[in-house]
Design a protein around this ligand. Sequence first.
Ligand code: ATP
Ligand code: MG
Length: 248
Amino acid sequence: MAKRSLEKWKTYNSVFDEFTRRNLFRLQSQGIFEDMVSHISQGKEALIFLATTKKQNQEDKTNYVIIKIYRLENCDFNQMFNLLRMDKRYINIKRSKRDVIFTWAQREFRNIMRARSVIRVPIPIKQYYNILIMEMIGDNEPARKIKDDIPKYPQKFFDTTMENIIKMMKINLVHGDLSQYNILNNNEEPVFIDFSQAVPLNDVSGKEILFRDVDNLIKFFNKNKAKIKQAEIRETLLQEMDTTDKEL
Ligand SMILES: Nc1ncnc2c1ncn2[C@@H]1O[C@H](COP(=O)(O)OP(=O)(O)OP(=O)(O)O)[C@@H](O)[C@H]1O
Ligand SMILES: [Mg+2]
């Protein structure tokens, strides 16, 4: 039954090439997910689906997971290759399209794992080639992005967001694509997602990327009634960098 339901995704998009389809079946038969139920989002590089997982017992509510599938055909492979090479963890990456995409998915998985040691992020469950499976953030449905579900108390929400950013700095990690599109509003708590571009803070452009992330957020929150002073935030970040530099 569950297997058959996967058939309907077959024609959905170019991402369901034979290779990806086979791997989805494999993950399904391993019980990593039960049934794909809806298509949530179609980004430039990845498709996102909601899937159910098996109930552990009778009282269990249905659990959901998120399946992120990097497109083998549509990815901007050259940009991925260049970004990966700049990350010193992947300096020796081969210039093969498939390798680059699989490594990209693997890097996102690893980045979420690392971030998880200090902040609330979706629990990563499995990465298999271009497929990434993780916990769904949200109660009975996926939590919305802050762009669509503006925080009730923007100043407080921003402060918690900054605390998260600083906690990540302490483990030498910068998100790299932080904006109102990649932060979910989970009952008025920020949850960062989409870690594919995260880099070590002590990479060549780590600090520049960190400032870019924070400037994006200041702009968004100030448009939504917060009163954040960019100079003060920069000062805080520079002080944190100083202590972090010594610790790393
Ligand atoms: N763990 C999750 N829980 C709930 N919703 C999620 C989760 N992961 C992703 N989503 C939803 O799917 C959307 C797209 O996810 P994500 O940002 O990871 O991919 P993307 O932006 O399409 O990828 P890319 O930037 O590579 O094109 C998110 O904006 C969010 O609405
Ligand atoms: Mg995104």
